[in-house]
Design a protein around this ligand. Structure first.
Ligand code: UN1
Length: 491
């Protein structure tokens, strides 16, 4: 663990192992199983570092972020390989994950010299009115394993450039990735105590951070049920919480679409990262006229996807994160068989050496109805449901008929239909003629409905999660001037 600028062991002396999901015989490392007492020490260290950090000029804070981004870039290949080994995603995607961390570091480094507030005219003469952003204090950052470097960076970079200090609890499946990121943060020059990391379980470390009266803001990405529990706990202290939770993202394919392009987009969004993205496509809503040809293309292309270690060039689809994930995805197969027709896959893949890893075959169900369970519940694996509908209206209704609202997409050549989709789809991100994944770091990232609680990551919007607004009025008239009362004569 990293507390007050030192690498330390947990007070309880317990550890846990991180395993390679492509080959569980490969132990990536042993990590400290932190406790509430460790979290308290990290929070204390952060509090001690806060006054100096928030007094450091923001452009100077930004320079450290810039150095961190450069260090990530210099170490990109090493970081990506370590990520593939610990988390499983194929190397090209791991490089993308590191790149997303670099992108947000550079974007937020620039915020050190922007961080715009507003300057507006006062309604009274000789009076100045403006608003500025100020840090909230100690930020608790609780992150998932599926983007084990990008998401911690998405959260920590805006928190730090705006002058907050951080207590970071990474997912227990990817502590090594987190450690590598924090090592580079230390090397970049964040002062001791500004960034602290405590590894360990959500029940012990996560809850201690969420419940602490000395942690002022929480940013969490992960499972909806955990997010709801965090929101409830934090509400007792009216603590600011920003949540990025589940998704049930759909691609709509209209009958005029380029079906080859749609197939590319759907396969990449559904089976890339083995379906383990919040933005992954798990529903294809398709006009009846083109169901048959689209299904044929999806099936024949998905059949050719090669499973294996993400470190091999020959691999298209890596493993699931852990055996529990294989079990969970597997539990949806019987459900899907009852609801529709299993077209492809449907089982864990255990041929040869795959048996040592957590592999699941890319799976496609056809003939699914919008309200079926496989079309409603987040499976977080390589399972795609194809839902036939009569027309755009039915597609739009089906797309919106879910409790989530992260990402959506439409394939069409008709510009009028594209604009309808942009207007009608109830999601935080909409793609036209592209899959549901691949958000860039300079626009807001987040979802409607139960995908979140109204906050956004990335872009300028991320600053809102980590700052308080302060509105400032300076009266230089030398007399009492009453707003809304004086100076009210009709023009
Ligand atoms: C996530 O799955 O939580 O748009 C993040 C994307 C990536 C980020 C996904 N840039 O798919």
């Amino acid at each position: 663990m990293f507390i007050a600028g030192e690498w330390v062991e947990s007070e309880a002396g317990r550890t846990f192992e991180s395993l390679n999901p492509a080959d569980r015989r490969d132990v990536v490392g042993r990590f400290q199983a932190g406790t509430a007492a460790d979290a308290a020490m990290a929070i204390r260290a952060a509090e001690m570092a806060l006054p100096r950090w928030k007094a450091t000029p923001a452009p100077k804070r930004g320079e450290i972020l810039y150095r961190f981004g450069q260090l990530m870039a210099d170490n990109k290949e090493r970081l990506a390989r370590a990520m593939t080994r610990e988390m499983g995603k194929v190397l090209a995607e791991a490089r993308g994950d590191v790149q997303e961390g670099i992108d947000i570091a550079f974007l937020m480094a620039g915020e050190g010299r922007r961080m715009f507030g507003e300057t507006v005219p006062s309604e009274l003469p000789d009076k100045w009115a403006m608003s500025v952003r100020q840090p909230i204090g100690v930020a608790g950052i609780v992150t998932p394993w599926n983007f084990p470097m990008a998401i911690p960076c998405w959260k920590m970079m805006p928190a730090l450039v705006t002058g907050n200090v951080v207590v970071f609890k990474p997912a227990s499946d990817t502590p090594h990735c987190a450690t590598l990121v924090v090592e580079l943060m230390a090397e970049a020059g964040f002062p001791a105590g500004v960034v602290n990391m405590v590894t360990g379980s959500g029940a012990e470390v996560g809850n201690a951070i969420v419940d602490s009266p000395d942690v002022n803001v929480i940013s969490f990405t992960g499972h909806s049920s955990t997010g709801k529990s965090i929101a409830e706990r934090a509400a007792r202290r009216l603590k600011r919480v920003s949540l990025e939770l589940g998704g049930k993202n759909a691609v709509v394919v209209l009958k005029d679409a380029d079906l080859d392009l749609a197939t590319d987009g759907i396969l990449w969004s559904a089976f890339g990262t083995t379906g383990q993205r919040c933005t992954a496509c798990s529903r294809v809503i398709v006009e009846e006229a083109v169901v048959e040809p689209l299904l044929e293309k999806l099936e024949s292309r998905a059949k050719k996807l090669r499973l294996g270690s993400g470190l091999l060039d020959t691999t298209d689809v890596g493993p699931l994160i852990n055996p529990a994930a294989v079990e969970k995805v597997g539990s949806y197969i019987d459900i899907g068989r009852k609801e529709g027709e299993l077209v492809l896959g449907g089982a864990a893949a255990t041929d040869g050496d795959l048996a040592y890893g957590n592999f699941f075959a890319p799976t496609i169900f056809a003939g699914i109805k919008p309200m079926d369970r496989v079309a409603q519940e987040e499976i977080f694996g390589p399972v795609l449901s194809v839902i036939p509908v009569a027309d755009y209206q039915a597609a739009m209704t089906a797309l919106n008929q879910t409790r989530y609202g992260l990402s959506s997409s439409i394939f069409t050549r008709d510009v009028n239909m594209a604009f309808r989709a942009m207007r009608d789809f109830e999601t935080g991100i909409v793609y036209v003629n592209a899959g549901t994944t691949g958000a860039e770091t300079h626009l807001p990232f987040g979802g409607w409905k139960e995908t979140g609680n109204g906050h956004r990551e990335a872009g300028h919007a991320a600053l809102d999660s980590f700052t308080e607004w302060k509105s400032i009025y300076v009266d230089f008239s030398g007399r009492l001037q009453r707003a809304q009362i004086d100076n009210q004569e009709q023009l």
